[in-house]
Design a protein around this ligand. Structure first.
Ligand code: SF4
Length: 354
């Protein structure tokens, strides 16, 4: 993992998107200093209210984890302890960080269970007595119980059915507004990010390859990898479309290719890409891209540089592109509600003949 720099403000949601294997979860574990012992952070800082988490002693770190900063790991709904009730587990999280008695801890747990929509009557339930969606809400409650300033959620809706996914997304939006906390939302699902994030980071090969406000990124994706990800997302408004996919797989992070990590899969790669890592640079206000073919001009607008293989085609400018953000949000919602895409005339005729 290299050259990863971003900020998360109070009340802000930063979405981090990329394929499986791009290093998103390792990034979350690095921020929390939960990497396995054999992993080493050579350089860098993780600042929370000005305190560098990477330079802290274990005791100070324990004081911060679960209190000022918390984590909802992947498949967290399966991480609840099966032999303790939900109330006991939530109360334990309070007692670990606050100087209160058990009764008050249970009262806080009951209030939060109401807030996340599980209900205080489930305080005495064991995890196996809850549905998947309820367990995920309990896992989110566990992360919020000490009112942290920052919550990192790793794939919070994966493995849930589409209806429950939509409910969890709405819950996260409500909780962010009510508690004014920062969130880092890690997912491979661009519709989740389009729905919630203020800022989007596209992550590839352990590096940030593009970072921009969400609306800007969906309207004007500049990095070839971002463009490929967006093209692979079906447009629910299109009557007919050819699915596009990105051949190959993300690089081995232990032995990344030289130069741009995306060059083995990039259709626009040229000689320089194979030897020189592109720097992340601001190509227009707030929009950062790491690609040799993209640079900013004097007016702060993105400008495309011509490479030997031609100019990087920009999706920007096409009428469909102005609606891309909306179409992806809508696609996510329709998928969440089990909507079936509209079928073309030939398919409808075939259906009638059956
Ligand atoms: Fe493709 Fe080169 Fe840009 Fe990397 S730097 S994304 S290989 S054009």
């Amino acid at each position: 993992m290299q050259d990863v720099t971003f900020d998360v403000g109070r009340g802000e949601i930063v979405g981090i998107a990329g394929e499986s294997g791009s290093g998103k979860s390792s990034l979350a574990l690095t921020l929390l200093r939960l990497l396995p012992r054999y992993a080493v952070v050579e350089r860098g800082r993780v600042l929370l209210d000005g305190e560098d988490l990477l330079a802290m002693g274990e005791d100070d770190l324990r004081r911060i984890r679960g209190a000022k900063m918390s984590y909802v790991p992947q498949a967290s709904m399966n991480a609840l302890d099966p032999v303790f009730t939900v109330g006991d587990q939530l109360a334990e999280a309070v007692l670990a960080h606050r100087d209160v008695g058990r009764e008050e801890a249970l009262r806080a747990a009951a209030e939060l269970l109401d807030e996340v929509g599980v209900g205080r009557d489930r305080l005495g339930s064991y995890p196996h007595e809850l549905s998947g969606g309820q367990r995920q809400r309990v896992a989110i409650a566990m992360a919020l119980i000490n009112s942290p300033e920052l919550v990192i959620l790793d794939e919070p809706t994966t493995a849930l059915d589409v209806i429950v996914q939509a409910q969890i997304l709405r819950l996260l939006e409500d909780l962010r507004a009510r508690h004014n906390m920062g969130m880092i939302l890690i997912t491979h699902d661009l519709s989740v990010i389009a729905e919630l994030a203020d800022t989007v980071i596209i992550y590839y090969g352990g590096r940030v390859v593009e970072r921009a406000p969400a609306v800007e990124l969906y309207r004007n994706p500049l990095h070839p990898y971002t463009q490929a990800l967006l093209k692979a997302f079906p447009d629910v408004r299109a009557r007919r479309q050819r699915f596009s996919f990105l051949p190959g797989s993300p690089p081995n992070l232990a032995d990344p290719p030289p130069g741009c990590p995306f060059h083995p899969r990039c259709p626009y790669a040229f000689d320089r890409c194979r030897t020189e890592v592109p720097r992340l640079r601001e190509v227009s206000p707030g929009h950062w891209v790491a690609c040799h073919l993209v640079r900013g001009d004097a007016d702060g607008r993105a400008d495309l540089r011509e490479g030997p293989e031609g100019v990087l085609p920009v999706l920007q400018g096409a009428a469909e592109q102005d609606n891309r953000h909306q179409a992806i949000r809508e696609g996510g919602r329709r998928r969440e509600h089990g909507h079936r895409p509209r079928r073309g005339g030939r398919a409808r005729r075939r259906d009638r003949q059956r």
